[in-house]
Design a protein around this ligand. Structure first.
Ligand code: ZN
Length: 251
C-alpha cells in the first residue's frame, strides 16, 4: 500500500473543479487499489500535516501558489527531513516557489509565465524509458493551460522526463526528477487551478506513475521500444503559420 497525502492551500472550488482541485487529484489516484489517499489543507490543525500524518506518508503531493510564505518554517524543515529519510514528494505547478521546493533545489526557481490566454500545451516525453512516462501518449495536448517558460532556474535534473511546448512559442522542462538523501522528488508543471487538467487521462497516468516511482514501487524501465528509423512526421500536429508557408513556398 502506498500512502499518499495531497496537500493544498485550499480546495480551489470553481468552474474548472466544482468539487475542488485536490478532490480531482485524489479521484484519479483512487483508481489504483494500491493507493491510500488523503487530502490535507493549510487551514487545518498543524497546517494539515501533524507529525502522525507526515510520518505515515509515503508520497506527499504539494500544491501551493499565493500562500507559500504562510507555511511555517518548522513544518518545512520536517518535510525536508522526511524527504532525506526516503519520503517521495511531488511538487505541482506553482509549487516551484514553495519554501520546501526552493530549499531542496537550492536555487531561485524562477520562470516565465503567462496565464490569462489559456493557450494550448503539448507535453513531449523525452525520456520514454523512465517509469513516470509509462503509458503516456507522446505529445498529448492540453487545450488550455497556464504557460510556464524557460528559463526555469533549477539545478540540472537527474532525469528530464517531459518537455512542455506552448502555442505561444515557449518551451519548459515540465517533468523533472531529483533525489535528495534517500527521497525522490518529481516536479510537474501543469496544474493551474482554472484549467481542469487533473481530469485528463494522460495527466492522471503521469500522476499515478509519479506516485509509484516516488514511493520506489516502480523500479523498472518502461517497455518503450525505440524506432530504429527516422520518423517522418508528414502531418504537423498544430497548424503551421500561413505567413511562413507563403514566405518559403509561395502557397
Ligand atoms: Zn498557476
Amino acid at each position: 500500500m502506498v500512502r499518499i497525502t495531497v496537500w493544498n492551500e485550499s480546495e480551489h472550488k470553481g468552474k474548472a473543479y466544482p468539487d475542488g482541485m485536490s478532490r480531482a487529484i485524489k479521484e484519479g489516484l483512487d483508481l489504483n487499489d494500491g493507493f491510500e489517499v488523503v487530502c490535507a489543507y493549510l487551514d487545518e490543525d498543524q497546517q494539515g500535516l501533524p507529525d502522525a500524518l507526515l510520518n505515515e506518508t509515503d508520497v506527499l503531493i504539494w500544491w501551493g501558489h499565493s500562500k507559500h510564505e504562510k507555511v511555517r518554517d518548522d513544518l518545512v524543515e520536517k518535510i525536508i527531513k522526511r524527504v532525506n529519510e526516503g519520503m517521495g514528494i511531488i511538487f505541482l505547478h506553482s509549487a516551484h516557489f514553495s519554501k520546501a521546493f526552493r530549499k531542496l533545489m537550492g536555487t531561485h526557481c524562477s520562470l516565465r509565465w503567462r496565464e490569462k490566454e489559456g493557450e494550448a500545451e503539448r507535453i513531449w516525453t523525452v525520456d520514454p524509458y523512465h517509469p513516470i512516462a509509462r503509458g503516456v501518449e507522446q505529445g498529448f495536448r492540453l487545450d488550455g493551460d497556464e504557460m510556464y517558460g524557460e528559463h526555469f532556474d533549477i539545478p540540472t535534473p537527474d532525469a528530464l522526463v517531459f518537455i512542455g511546448w506552448f502555442s505561444g512559442g515557449n518551451v519548459f522542462r515540465s517533468g523533472c526528477t531529483f533525489t535528495r538523501g534517500q527521497g525522490r522528488i518529481f516536479y510537474f508543471q501543469p496544474g493551474h487551478e482554472t484549467f481542469p487538467i487533473f481530469y485528463d487521462e494522460n495527466i492522471r497516468q503521469i500522476m499515478e506513475n509519479a506516485c509509484l516511482w516516488a514511493a520506489k514501487k516502480d523500479e523498472g524501465t518502461t517497455d518503450f521500444e525505440a524506432n530504429p528509423k527516422c520518423i517522418h512526421e508528414r502531418v504537423p500536429l498544430e497548424e503551421i503559420c500561413p505567413k511562413t508557408k507563403k514566405k518559403f513556398f509561395g502557397i
